[in-house]
Write a protein that binds this ligand. Sequence first.
Ligand code: CAA
Ligand code: FAD
Length: 379
Amino acid sequence: MLFQLSEEQLMIQQAARDFAQNELKPGVIERDEHQKFPVEQVKKLGELGFLGMMVSEKYNGSGLDALSYVLVMEELSKVDASASVVVSVNNSLVCYGLESYGSEFQKEKYLKPLASGEKIGAFCLSEPEAGSDATSQQTTAEDKGDYYLLNGTKNWITNGNTASTYLVIAQTDRSLKHRGINAFIVEKGMEGFTIGPKENKMGIRGSDTHSLMFNDVKVPKENRIGEDGFGFKFAMKTLEGGRIGIAAQALGIATGAYELALEYSKQRKSFGKAISDHQAIAFKLADMATSIEAARLLVYKAAWLKDQGLPYTLAGSMAKSYASKVAMDVTVEAVQIHGGYGFVKEYHVERMMRDAKITQIYEGTTEIQKMVISREILK
Ligand code: CAA
Ligand code: FAD
């Protein structure tokens, strides 16, 4: 068993670390405060090849492995989880879904500009009445011969306004239940497609989350992904990989907060010594470091399984449910170690604590991950 990254993986990790420090850190507090999407930074992430990391070079991607993607997610998330969620959605939900299941036409037309970062994508499964219970889709796509007529509302869509290309899940034949669900590629600007106002969120405030409304939108038949009725499986298969990306995001948030707390604890003095010399603080740091390391092993293992072509449903859900809990626990302790300074924005850890929470909610809540894990171990 080799617990060692390759030269190439180390280089990619360093590039992401440098980018996070030099490009994301300045301005991260302001973007959070004003809910500003990191426009320039995302453009540069595209130039670095970080928006189509696992896509083959044939379709303008970087042709890298899932572990490299996880390393990048971790480094970016140490500093700015609002930027890293853009990377996560574009890579593991949109590009992965299109490359794995799209037609040649769809790859040429839609995947190429998404993989190069020229365009941004969104993944649209959740609805006002269908979140965890994802098979109960209310959005309909009526088969009209050479096109589908799309009607309904999607909720909480990441990159909701920034995206140009949307993968939308909708019900075509209700009598077939989840086997009557399809996935479609919808373009911004299609007649009848409108975007709701930006959500005012607790965390990842730089990321733009919107609801989307479809009112008699004509979607050409060639924009359906896969066979008729493949849409729910498409969503599930795509989310399996997405969950590894969010697990890596949680790992990054935890690590970022831990590193800040470690440094702070060595500088801050109370009762004549550094607070890290008080056992209560030193033991907190020990617990934080241990749980982060355990989360890292789960996340890397899930990515490694994916790279080996082995099943990773169980590993991905375990990684996401564990790493997101670690992110919550560690960020709360990081604020505690900072005392009053942890409660103000300049010290970053309060933002990290707010950002950590979303990793327990999106791409399947912790309860849903436990459902997946328990079904896998009991089957
Ligand atoms: N791979 C392939 N097929 C799968 C699958 C998988 N991993 N999981 C389920 N399926 C198939 C099943 O085989 C079944 O099909 P058949 O009957 O043809 O065999 C079908 O899907 C329905 O499966 P279940 O009976 O297990 O469905 P369920 O109603 O019990 O729900 C669930 C399963 C896992 C809970 C699912 O609904 C789920 O994942 N819910 C959470 C939704 C979610 O994660 N949303 C995230 C939105 S995207 C997002 O959040 C992005 C972001 O923030 C950045
Ligand atoms: P519900 O499903 O109503 O769940 C409410 C509570 O009940 C949760 O604690 C849940 O775990 C629990 N629960 C539900 N069912 C069960 C059960 N059977 N057993 C035990 N507990 C259960 N969606 C997208 O499609 N694309 C996106 O890009 C996207 N981005 C998002 C960005 C943000 C900032 C947010 C907040 C959400 C985003 N989502 C996105 C939606 C996200 O995936 C859903 O919020 C999530 O899946 C939960 O759905 P819900 O909010 O409807 O909660």
